[in-house]
Ligand binder design. Sequence first.
Ligand SMILES: Cc1cc2nc3c(=O)[nH]c(=O)nc-3n(C[C@H](O)[C@H](O)[C@H](O)COP(=O)(O)OP(=O)(O)OC[C@H]3O[C@@H](n4cnc5c(N)ncnc54)[C@H](O)[C@@H]3O)c2cc1C
Length: 427
Amino acid sequence: MAEQKTVKEAERAVVIGGGAAGMFTALHLARRGFEVVLLEHNEKLGKKLFITGKGRCNFTNDCDRDTFFSSVISNPRFLYGAYSRFTAQDAILFFENADLDVKRERGGRMFPASDHAYDVIDALKREMKRAGVRVHLHAHAEEILTNEGRAVGVCYTVHGGAERRSTERKYLDAERIVVATGGMSYPSTGSTGDGYAMSARLGHGIVPPRPSLVPLLCTETDTAALKGLSLRNVSLRLYTEERLLFEDFGEMLFTGDGISGPLVLSASAYLKDAVFDNGKTYVLIDLKSAIPEEELDARLVRLLSATQAKTVRNALRELLPASLFDPVFRRAGVDPDKKAGMVSAEDRHAILRTLKGFRIAVSGRGSFAQAVITQGGVDVRGVDPKTMESRIVKGLYFAGEVLDLDAKTGGFNLQIAWSTAYTAAQA
Ligand SMILES: Cc1cc2nc3c(=O)[nH]c(=O)nc-3n(C[C@H](O)[C@H](O)[C@H](O)COP(=O)(O)OP(=O)(O)OC[C@H]3O[C@@H](n4cnc5c(N)ncnc54)[C@H](O)[C@@H]3O)c2cc1C
């Protein structure tokens, strides 16, 4: 963590968005001596943080630099400077110093020891209060005001009165404005993509936002019947137009209209230029990834010859969950009610190929309402990576998911929020 500089006179900074990045920027600006106003349109701060990590908040990943950068999907190079300034280890130290007990879990994932995300939010709120940040809730930022290429203030509306129906328009002058409005995923948490429109009006390019770390949609009727089936220890390969986009091993589940689970969410992050029509994008699931192909073939031979009078369905019962039989045999082109003794070598190879590569066509991504993260956002080419300052409007900064930055699951997305927020505050 670089040394903090303080400002000579109390300049005002307005931070738009009271999520992870906004709170972190606000408290570091206030620690540097800025008079800081944090605008949040919700009734409380950190609504999305509250649901992170299934309510436990995986706030960073205690990994080395290479692991961090290999986990960032969009624009890792843009983050080189910001991450050097504020690493995962700095984030851990920050929260420990903020009186949060933390713990390390599988794969370096860091959580509050209490397993409660609100303890992370409380730590941030405590530090903001200590530093003197003024928080305005129900304050919906509408527009960033500029004068001769400099940010000079924010126009916002305050929602109040019964059922928040009345609105009052207000203006705040500021020397520094930070846009930390997040992406568009889980819009019920307040992240509705407002920062994109505000930034675009000032000339910033916006990389089209897309849901990511999201379930995948499939229109095949036989997989719809598998709703609720979850598979462990499978490996999944994702292809578009015969190009391999992603390959990994883990857990997945059938949702009725598609597939989900940790493995599938990770795969979705690699769909950037995927073509969905005519089954051009598909996954191949190795249903028996722990068994090498020759070994599995030998097992098929054994099972089929031991029970020649039984149907294939019965002979191979131990290999698969019952609900998978029909979809597997349909793909293999073998009648599961055929007698095991009648199965040809060709049939057996078709079954083997399907067990090692169960194909499902992907017809699209799930919605923003289901997405952990937004891919796309404010184009980083318009932002100075050393300071997070706009290259178009002086005094305007960005932090967090509003930028075209995203990473895999595992605490990396919140680390992006901390690193960019810290950099914007130190600029
Ligand atoms: C279900 C779920 C689980 C997740 N779990 C993890 C996890 O465990 N670990 C991890 O690293 N990442 C996780 N993420 C991702 C992580 O939550 C985000 O990357 C992170 O919250 C981004 O922080 P942010 O401050 O940039 O945006 P946000 O947290 O989205 O905050 C933006 C804030 O701006 C406010 N706002 C928006 N527009 C305006 C406006 N016009 N005026 C005023 N306020 C405005 C919003 O109300 C919001 O409070 C998860 C995401 C989801 C959806």
